[in-house]
Design a protein around this ligand. Sequence first.
Ligand code: PGA
Length: 241
Amino acid sequence: MRKIIASNFKTTHTRAATRDYIATLDEFMQKSEYPWEVYIFPPATALDKHGVRSDIRIGAQNAYPTVKGSFTGEIGKEQLDEFGVDTLLVGHSERRHIMGETQEFIAQKFAWYKEHNFNIVYCIGEPLEVREAGEDAVRRYLVEQCEGIDTTYERLIMAYEPVWAIGTGRTATPDLIEKTHAVIKKLSDRPLLYGGSVKPENIAQILAVPGCDGALIGTASWDVSNMVSMLEISMKQKDDK
Ligand code: PGA
C-alpha cells in the first residue's frame, strides 16, 4: 500500500527559501530513511530539483495543457521539462473557486497531462453549503468533480479536500473523512489523500483513518520544522488499519 505526504506551498516561499526548505527536508529524508512518498509543490518560480539526493518529488501547482505557445502568464510542459518536473496538481479548490477553472477545462488539462504520462494529484472537495445540504448532495458534488476524469489512471493520486477545511483551521473529523473517503474509493481505486488544515496536532489521527493513504498539507507544512515533525509522526503510523 502506497503512503504519501504532499506539501502545497501555494503562493508562499521564494526560490531561495524553497532551496533552503528542500535542503533541510532532504537531510531529514536521508537520515531517517523516510519510507513514505513525499511530494513538494513549490510556486512556479521555485521549480527545480534543488539538488535533492533523497526521494523528494517536486511537482507543479499548475500548468497549461500545452507544450508551449501564446498563453500569457501560464507555463507549459516545455517549462516543466526543463526542471524534470513530471508531477502536477490538478483541480485544487483555489483554482476552481478563485481562478474560476471549470470542470470542463480541468478535465481537458487532466487528459492532456495524462497523455504525457504525468503523475497527477487530483483534488476534489465540497464547499460548506453542499456539506450542509447532506451526504447525498456531497456525493453528487464529488461525482460531478470526477466528470471527464480518468479515475483509473495509473499515475493518479486522488485528494479529498473539503473547501470549508482549507486554510480555515477547521479540520474534518476522522468519522467524516472515513465516510467521504469510502464514497470516493467507489469512484477511484487510486491512493487517496486527505487535505484541509492538517497539522502536527491532528495528523496522527487523520492518517489513522481507514481509507486514508496520506495527506496533502498547505499552511502547516510551510515551516520545514513543522513538516519534519509531521513526517516523524507519520513514520510511527501502524500499517494495520
Ligand atoms: P491547508 O491547505 O492545509 O492550508 O488547509 C490544504 C490545501 O489546500 O492543499
